[in-house]
Write a protein that binds this ligand. Structure first.
Ligand code: SAM
Length: 227
């Protein structure tokens, strides 16, 4: 029976789709990255289907059992803490195992994803882009990555945390100079905000207002003028 890859909201609960709600309500089991986080959404939707944890630390142990349940005819939905499973989480591992087993259909149930929402409202070119996920934690490795994208015509998108963003902006400034950057913060939530400018301008902004909340960072190395 199918493994459904179900997107859920990235903040605003109104972004759950009608199809996602129906599949979550009708499946036999919901796999969630953090069952307590997902329970809030499921309670909001009035869904009482049992949940099991599926995350980076148990994926190797639990994947064979999940594949067996799917082969035995169970309908299973995989969700993540927020957004689309497989984007910056271990969903790929289960999808690959389900496909390798032979007769299991893997069915996407699309919806929100932070990087795509950030891209389409960023004002940076959307025709071609690269998604880099979370950047390396070490400055030397981040700088190496920025060196490798010098002159890159595609828009670069990555996820960053509030406690690393200042160091990352310093690395961008050192390697890529005054390229245009967009920081999309708290998308779909009350304090949604788009910050646009050079690394230097954004560093000045954060000197007065310490960075907070969830964020997507976008840049394009070919765009330097204000926009
Ligand atoms: N699966 C998710 C998706 O489809 O976007 C991404 C999960 S990843 C573990 C979490 C990161 O996504 C956060 O640290 C942040 O960079 C980004 N993110 C998630 N929700 C966001 C939001 N509402 N606004 C801005 N960034 C968000």
């Amino acid at each position: 029976m199918p493994l459904y890859i179900v997107s859920t909201p990235i903040g605003n609960l109104g972004d759950i789709t009608v199809r996602a709600s129906k599949i979550l309500a009708e499946c036999d089991l919901i796999l969630a990255e953090d069952t307590r986080t997902s329970r809030k959404l499921l309670d909001h939707l009035g869904i009482t289907v049992p949940t099991n944890a599926y995350h980076d630390f148990n994926k190797e142990k639990v994947t064979p059992g999940i594949v067996t349940q799917l082969e035995d005819g169970k309908n299973i939905a995989l969700i993540t803490d927020a957004g689309t499973p497989g984007i910056a989480d271990p969903a790929f591992y289960l999808v690959r195992a389900a496909i390798a087993s032979g007769g299991i259909d893997v069915v996407p149930v699309p919806g929100a994803s932070a990087f795509l929402s950030a891209l389409v409202a960023s004002g940076l070119p959307t025709d071609r882009f690269i998604f880099e996920n979370f950047l390396p934690h070490k400055s030397t490795q981040r700088r190496k990555l920025f060196e490798s994208i010098k002159g890159e015509p595609r828009t670069i998108i990555f996820y960053e945390t509030p406690h690393r963003i200042v160091k990352t902006l310093e690395d961008i400034k050192a390697v890529l100079g005054d390229v245009r950057i967009v920081i999309a913060r708290e998308l779909t939530k009350i304090h949604e905000e788009f910050l646009r400018g050079s690394a230097e301008e954004l560093l000045s902004h954060f000197a007065n207002r310490p960075p907070k909340g969830e964020m997507v960072v976008l840049l394009n190395t070919r765009i330097r003028e204000n926009f």
